[in-house]
Design a protein around this ligand. Sequence first.
Ligand code: UFG
Length: 331
Amino acid sequence: MKILVTGGTGFIGSHTVVELLENNYEVVIVDDFSNSKKEVLDNIKKITNKSFSFYKGNVKDEEMLSLVFEKENIDAVIHFAGFKAIGESVDNPLMYYENNIDTTISLCKVMDKYNCHKLIFSSTATVYDVNDELPLKEDFPKGTTNPYSSTKLMIERILKDLYVSNNDWSIVVLRYFNPIGAHESGLIGENPQGIPNNLMPYILKVAIGELECLTVFGNDYDTKDGTGVRDYIHVVDLAKGHIKAIDYLTNKGIDYFNLGTGVGYSVLDIVNTFESVNGIKINYKIGKRRSGDIAEYYADSSKAEKLLGFKVTKTIEDMCKDSYNYILKNK
Ligand code: UFG
């Protein structure tokens, strides 16, 4: 089976490509390196010792995509390509709406033209309107607080309309909780340019001395220690969830799955675990709440367990250890 992976050199994309190759899928990657480096391609080869096809380009480019479909016999698509920084999306909403939505529309048009109707779409836990009820289930109310999340929710709705218009489509929407960690080889992982927005990349920069001190965004939330609680999932477990979802594409329709661990950890839990498994001190100070942040949320992933056979195997200790291993090899 041949799978097209858009955004296949990104953080989740690259780990998913590794799992696909290790499970003997044929892989075609389309990426424009807008938030990744071409070395990732060599590192995927080093890890798997397998070959794959690669096309440099933006998924919005229907001509380029058509060429890919013309040359390769694509059976299914996993669509990761898109912008993903919440803060940036607040500053540049049009850029986010244009890029994330246009790429998906172009992709679906070209897929339909080549009679390929199996699609796995990367969505996010931030499509939920988090109120008091936890853990979050797939049918809970939706509501977004920033343009990035709105693009994901809009795309979910576009895909639903697409299925209603043509029942040949098989679409699986995966809602990710907070992916951290890295491949155990240390060859692929997450190393954003500039000052990181997210917790683990920030901790890593403090760990290697590139940044002085982590600011914990608020310790007055109504959580176990006052700091924000999230459902962190190892990126390799998340990648494996995509392999399970491919089998589910034999069902026509559109379906939605949370991919998380079901366990919430606070910011201080992460800092403490990182320090103890890696034997290193992380300087931190308590700062103000970050605007738009929610106190606590975590997944009910029982639907993915039951219908996809999804199961996490990695602990929070593994996540902290593998993240540190990656940054030490990629300083
Ligand atoms: N945090 C800090 N200090 C930092 C960074 C984060 O205290 O420097 C805290 C946050 O306040 C929050 C927790 O760490 O309580 C996690 O924050 P992240 O920025 O790592 O992650 P978010 O939960 O805000 O959102 C992330 C991604 C989104 C994605 C979402 C769900 O940023 O793109 O997970 O997948 F949609």
